[in-house]
Design a protein around this ligand. Structure first.
Ligand code: AMP
Ligand code: ZN
Length: 116
């Protein structure tokens, strides 16, 4: 599905919900997370509505997955001298709350392990 009218990230992609873009091209956007978990917390979101990373991998034969991570790594490098963390919560057990695939870019503090 190209767009889901009920999806908050689709509505940000179309401009229906205003947002400031840290990155934008035809295939992906990056925005600040509304509830930041680190001093820098961005979300990299494909412009096409795909529910999760597994569906993206299946539908695009990996190219879109690679592109999403390439953008996330570039943003991480830009925002973090001392490292960063990329997170893709997937499904209920994975803690996913928005069913439009996205990569979290977290930076600006020391991260802990294991995650909660
Ligand atoms: P996840 O729980 O991994 O699905 O991540 C969804 C993220 O989207 C959460 O970290 C939310 O804080 C964030 N979020 C939800 N709505 C918005 C919004 N309108 N603008 C920016 N971030 C949002
Ligand atoms: Zn969507």
């Amino acid at each position: 599905m190209a767009r889901d009218p009920d999806c908050i990230f689709c509505r940000i992609v179309t401009g229906e919900i205003p947002a400031e873009f840290a990155y934008r091209d035809d295939e992906a956007i990056a925005i600040a997370d509304a509830n930041p978990q680190a001093p820098q917390h961005l979300l990299v979101i494909p412009t096409k509505h795909v529910p999760n990373i597994a569906a993206l991998q299946a539908s695009e034969e990996g190219a879109a997955v690679a592109k999403l991570f390439a953008i996330a790594a570039d943003l991480g490098r830009k925002h973090a001298a001392a490292g960063f963390r990329l997170v893709v919560n997937t499904g209920p057990d994975g803690g996913q709350t928005v069913d439009h695939v996205h990569v979290h870019v977290l930076a600006g503090r020391e991260m802990r392990w294991p995650p909660g």
